[in-house]
Design a protein around this ligand. Structure first.
Ligand code: S3P
Length: 511
């Protein structure tokens, strides 16, 4: 557990009541029935992204413009010589990982699942459309509450069309676990150009050990993949990487397998699947010392009400913006602070950032807080080891923080970033270096010499949502004009990002 989790130790009575280690060791004392796990008296933390600005300031603001070309959008950020601070409170959109899981578990559970605060981004839309194609009823993803009518375990229909997961690795990898156990049905799954180049062996191989039949390009390593559902057997899988997608895929496969399925990982990855599976009625045992989770197959899953917290991976952009833009103060409301996700807070705190958690509470089995960030001088540090899986999606924006910190920041043990939506180590180094940063690539990380001023120029998102948004935050502190090509990628995980940026900078978006 990192610095941040220790900081909120005053909150431990409620916190401990809902952490998984406690639930495991006291599983008789606290049953995960709906009244405990889904305290419906809590208001939904953020039913839509919203922002309020504290005050108007006389200094000139950056000008944010969106320019559409034939098949992409450029985000142009023009910073005046004396840029002004960022002030306001922001409610970011729903957590992407929890949104996927709520849709998937809702689709395979019996009865109705109601989801409040679901991320209305492109990735969860891919999950919804895949499961609709297999018979689950999912209401339109434009409402404040999404209703999923599940088919029941093992009851997904063979789809008429190829299932397309778009850009979403979580959709594809978790869905493979579900499909592998659907006997006498054939499924063909694919994704966009980026997803078709991402490694699938990490889930295909353990699924094959469970008895799955899967075919694909390059020895089942790449999508498109074909899956012929089989009766699966539980296994004990020692995963070489700390990956929530691998762990979740195998637990979902284990739901319909004979016996027990155990996944042991080298360090703990995000545990949203474990929390939600238990809430839906699955039998899980967690050994937090050995980072192992065991699921007993063939339970009955019952639909639930899920309240999705604000996504800390989206809040991360404003945390860094608030920390690096002089004199800023931002309040991020209703953010999920599950300890398996708070690596960004620990990293920024080590770098000297001023971030205070406020109004800590537990909503629907996940810890939440409002996070107040104030500008301060940052210093370089080393980011490595168990912190990396806890901040895996935040390494691009942490690289931006490091560019504005004094001294050197070393990022290690992060080779996984090379197989995300883009090679995030190579892309962040090349694009920020174009702006004047001093970043050297290492096989498993980056070395960033901070403190060099950035100058705006043309940069490329490589169709990667987190790269597009990280570069936009860097541009806020760069002199001159930065043009981010392919900025539409932000809609994958944070459709309101540009609008929020524009409102913070208080200028009209010119389309
Ligand atoms: C995710 C797990 C992480 C993360 C991804 C979402 C999830 O991937 O990078 O954005 O929802 O399980 P890995 O499991 O590959 O690290």
């Amino acid at each position: 557990m990192g610095l941040f989790a220790r900081k909120i130790s005053s909150y431990f009575s409620l916190w401990n009541a809902l952490t998984l280690s406690h639930l495991t060791s006291h599983s008789n004392a606290l049953t995960l029935s709906r009244p405990h796990f889904f305290p419906l008296c809590f208001p939904a933390p953020h039913l839509s992204s919203k922002i309020s600005i504290y005050s108007r300031q006389p200094m000139p603001a950056p000008v944010i413009t969106l320019e559409s070309t034939a098949n992409q959008q450029d985000l142009v950020i023009q910073r005046p010589p004396s840029g002004r601070s960022l002030q306001g409170s922001i409610q970011v959109s729903g957590d992407k990982s929890i949104s996927h899981r709520a849709l998937m578990l809702g689709a395979i559970a019996q009865g109705e699942t109601r989801i409040q605060g679901l991320l209305l981004g492109e990735d969860p839309r891919s999950t919804a459309s895949c499961f609709r194609a297999m018979g689950a009823e999912v209401s339109e993803l434009n409402a404040e509450e999404i209703v999923v009518r599940g088919v029941g375990l093992g009851q997904l229909q063979e789809p008429v069309e190829v299932l397309n997961a778009g850009n979403s690795g979580t959709t594809l990898r978790l869905m493979l676990g579900v499909l592998a156990s659907h006997q006498e049905r054939l499924f063909i799954v694919t994704g966009d150009k980026s997803l078709r180049s991402r490694p699938m062996s990490r889930v295909v191989q353990p699924l094959q050990q469970m008895g799955a039949q899967i075919w694909g390009r390059q020895g089942q390593a790449l999508a498109p993949l074909a899956i012929a559902g089989q009766q699966l057997q539980g296994i004990h899988y020692h995963s070489p990487i700390a990956s929530a997608q691998v762990k979740s895929c195998l637990l979902l496969a284990g739901l319909m397998a004979e016996g027990k399925t155990t996944v042991t990982e080298p360090t703990l990855s995000r545990d949203h699947s474990e929390r939600m599976l238990q809430a839906f009625g699955a039998e899980l045992n967690i050994d937090s010392e050995s980072h192992s989770v065991t699921l007993t197959g063939q339970p009955k899953l019952d639909g639930q009400t899920v309240i999705v917290p604000g996504d800390i991976s989206s809040a991360a952009f404003w945390l860094v913006a608030g920390a690096i833009v002089p004199d800023s103060e931002l309040l991020l409301e209703g953010i999920g602070v599950n300890p398996t996700r708070t690596g960004i807070l620990d990293a920024l705190e080590t770098m000297g950032a001023d971030i205070q958690p406020e109004n800590q509470r537990v909503v629907a089995g996940e810890p939440l807080a409002d996070l107040r960030v104030r500008y301060g001088r940052l210093k370089g540090c080393t980011l490595a080891g168990e912190l990396i899986p806890r901040s895996i999606d935040e390494i691009p924006i942490l690289t931006v923080a490091a560019v504005f910190a004094e001294g050197t920041t070393v990022i290690r043990d992060a080779a996984e970033l090379r197989v995300k939506e883009s090679d995030r180590l190579a892309v962040m180094a090349s694009q920020l270096n174009r702006m004047g940063a001093r970043i050297t690539e290492q096989p498993d990380g980056l070395e960033i010499t901070g403190g060099t001023p950035l100058t705006g120029t043309d940069v490329e998102s490589h169709s990667d949502h987190r790269i597009a948004m990280s570069l936009a935050i860097a541009a806020l502190n760069a002199t001159g004009t930065t043009r981010i090509h392919g900025a539409e990628a932000a809609a994958i995980s944070y459709p309101d990002f540009t609008r929020t940026l524009q409102k913070l900078c208080d200028e009209e978006i010119k389309n």
